[in-house]
Design a protein around this ligand. Structure first.
Ligand code: AMP
Length: 117
């Protein structure tokens, strides 16, 4: 069994978080260290550590991440100005919390996608 992270406790509402959306498959809450005016994490309720662990069984839920992202972007008023969705994987991807999550970031011009190392 993969090891739980703080995100499982947020999903079960055992620790506080600013949850903006929750259904049977996905929970979305504001990032504790926002990088832009809108910075929301969309997290599968099921513990999947990284993108390397997704399977065909997860395809419907992964699609849900996108429809929820679209809805939240509209609610945040950034759908037209634009935003970025990103998922980090493992060390080189900069992943810190090993419970798969999609960042929804926007509310300011985000600049080029990657900084040169
Ligand atoms: P990543 O580097 O893709 O694994 O991103 C992890 C993100 O989780 C970071 O942006 C953190 O600021 C965020 N984070 C960590 N702990 C919490 C928490 N308790 N509530 C909200 N966001 C968190």
């Amino acid at each position: 069994m993969p090891q739980e992270t703080i995100f499982s406790k947020i999903i079960r509402r055992e620790i506080p978080a600013n949850i903006v959306y929750q259904d049977d498959q996905v929970t979305a809450f504001r990032d504790i260290n926002p990088q832009a005016p809108t910075h929301i994490l969309l997290v599968p309720n099921k513990l999947i550590p990284t993108v390397n662990d997704v399977t065909a069984e997860d395809e419907q839920m992964l699609g849900r991440l996108f429809t929820v992202a679209r809805r939240i972007a509209e609610q945040e008023g950034i759908a037209e100005s634009g935003y970025r969705l990103l998922i980090n994987c493992n060390r080189d991807g900069g992943q810190e919390v090993f419970h798969l999550h999609m960042h929804l970031v926007g509310g300011r011009p985000l600049g080029p996608m990657l900084k040169r190392a």
